[in-house]
Write a protein that binds this ligand. Structure first.
Ligand SMILES: Nc1ncnc2c1ncn2[C@@H]1O[C@H](COP(=O)(O)OP(=O)(O)O)[C@@H](O)[C@H]1O
Ligand SMILES: [Mg+2]
Length: 316
C-alpha cells in the first residue's frame, strides 16, 4: 500500500464564486504505517480524507493536486473503478459512525450486505467472514449477537460493528475519521487498542483523524498537524511530542491536560472561516510569536530534520 497526496486544493462553490477550504495539503503514507491528522474542528481534516475516497460534498471542487494510491491516479479513475477501491481496498470509518447503522436491520444482516456487495462469495461464506470480523473486533458471543439489532448494543459495541464492517473486505488502508469522539474515555482506549491489534495482525495502514492530540500519541507513526486548511507541521509522533515546533502545535500540546492543578493553556481566538481572507500565515492573528513578515507571505515548509517539517518563519 502506498498513498501520496500532493498539493491538494479544495474549494466550495457558492453563487458562482469559489471559496477555498483546503489550501495545498500534502502527505504520504507507506505500507503498514499509521498517520494521524490532527487539528481543531473545521480545519479540513474530513475534506482531505474524503478526497482519497472521492466522496466530497457535491458543491466541493478539487481545483489542484494529485492523489496517488498504489500507483493509481485517484482523481482520474472512472466512477466504476472508484467503486472497486471504496469499501474494498480502502475502508472508511466515518465521523459520527453511530448513525451509519440502520436501526431496522440486524447487525448480522448489515454486515452480510456489505460483504456480498464487495466480494464474490456465497451467503454461507459471507456469514463466515462476518463472524470472523465480529470476533476480530472482540464482540463477545458474536454468533449469538448476530441477529441482534443496533439498539441492543452499547455505543462502543456499535462502533466495533462498524469497524468489523470496515475489516470484512481486508482493506489495505483504513481511514478512521474521529472514530471515538462519541465514546467515553475507557471505551475510546479499548477502540484504540483494537486498531493497534488490527494493524499488527493484518499490516493494515491507517489514517486516524482526530482533534485530540492525546489520542494519537500511542497509535500512529507520523502526525500531520492541520490549521485552517493547511498542514502546518509534519513529524514522526516521537519528534512531535519531544520537539513541537509550530506555535499552533505548541498551543495544542499546552492545552492537553497533564493532571495536577496546572491550569490548561488555551489558544486565544478562533480559526478563520472558509472564505475569510488572511494574508500571510493563517495562524498569525492568534500567534504569540508573530513577527512583521508573518502577515505578508505564507511561510514555506522548513525542514528541521528528515522527518520533521514546519511552516513557520521562526525556522526560516
Ligand atoms: N458541504 C460543505 N459546504 C460548505 N462548506 C463546507 C462543507 N463541508 C465542509 N465545509 C467547510 O470546510 C471546512 C473544512 O471542513 P472539514 O474538512 O469537515 O473540517 P474538519 O473535519 O477538520 O472539522 C470547514 O470550515 C467547513 O465549514
Ligand atoms: Mg471532520
Amino acid at each position: 500500500m502506498s498513498l501520496e497526496i500532493k498539493n491538494l486544493r479544495i474549494s466550495f462553490r457558492r453563487a458562482n464564486t469559489l471559496f477555498e477550504a483546503v489550501h495545498g495539503v500534502s502527505f504520504s503514507l507507506g505500507d503498514g504505517r499509521a498517520l494521524g491528522i490532527v487539528g481543531e474542528s473545521g480545519c479540513g481534516k474530513t475534506l482531505s480524507a474524503m478526497s482519497v475516497m472521492r466522496l466530497l460534498p457535491s458543491t466541493a471542487v478539487i481545483t489542484e493536486g494529485e492523489i496517488v494510491y498504489n500507483g493509481l491516479d485517484i482523481l482520474s479513475l472512472s466512477e466504476k473503478e472508484m467503486r472497486m477501491i471504496r469499501g474494498n481496498k480502502i475502508a472508511l470509518i466515518p465521523q459520527d459512525p453511530l448513525t451509519s447503522l440502520n436501526p431496522l436491520y440486524t447487525i448480522g444482516d448489515q454486515l452480510m450486505e456489505v460483504i456480498l456487495l464487495h466480494q464474490e462469495v456465497t451467503k454461507k461464506e459471507a456469514k463466515e467472514i462476518a463472524l470472523e470480523s465480529l470476533n476480530m473486533v472482540k464482540i463477545p458471543d458474536a454468533s449469538k449477537r448476530f441477529d441482534d439489532y443496533p439498539y441492543q448494543f452499547s455505543g462502543g459495541m456499535c462502533q466495533r460493528v462498524i469497524i468489523a464492517m470496515a475489516l470484512a473486505s481486508e482493506p489495505d488502508l483504513i481511514i478512521a475519521d474521529e472514530p471515538t469522539t462519541a465514546l467515553d474515555v475507557t471505551v475510546q482506549a479499548q477502540i484504540m487498542e483494537l486498531f493497534s491489534e488490527i494493524r499488527q495482525k493484518r499490516k493494515t495502514s491507517l489514517i486516524l483523524i482526530t482533534h485530540d492530540l492525546g489520542l494519537i500519541s500511542e497509535n500512529v507513526d507520523d502526525v500531520a498537524v492541520m490549521y485552517a486548511g493547511a498542514v502546518v507541521e509534519y513529524a514522526s509522533v516521537k519528534e512531535l511530542f519531544l520537539n513541537p515546533s509550530h506555535p499552533y502545535t505548541k498551543g495544542l500540546l499546552g492545552s492537553l491536560p497533564r493532571g495536577g492543578k496546572e491550569r490548561l493553556k488555551i489558544i486565544e481566538g478562533q480559526p478563520p472561516q472558509v472564505g475569510e481572507i488572511i494574508s500571510g500565515c493563517r495562524f498569525h492573528p492568534r500567534c504569540e510569536f508573530v513577527m512583521d513578515k508573518c502577515n505578508k507571505k505564507y511561510p514555506e515548509r522548513y525542514f528541521l530534520s528528515d522527518n520533521h517539517s514546519v511552516n513557520c518563519f521562526l525556522y526560516e
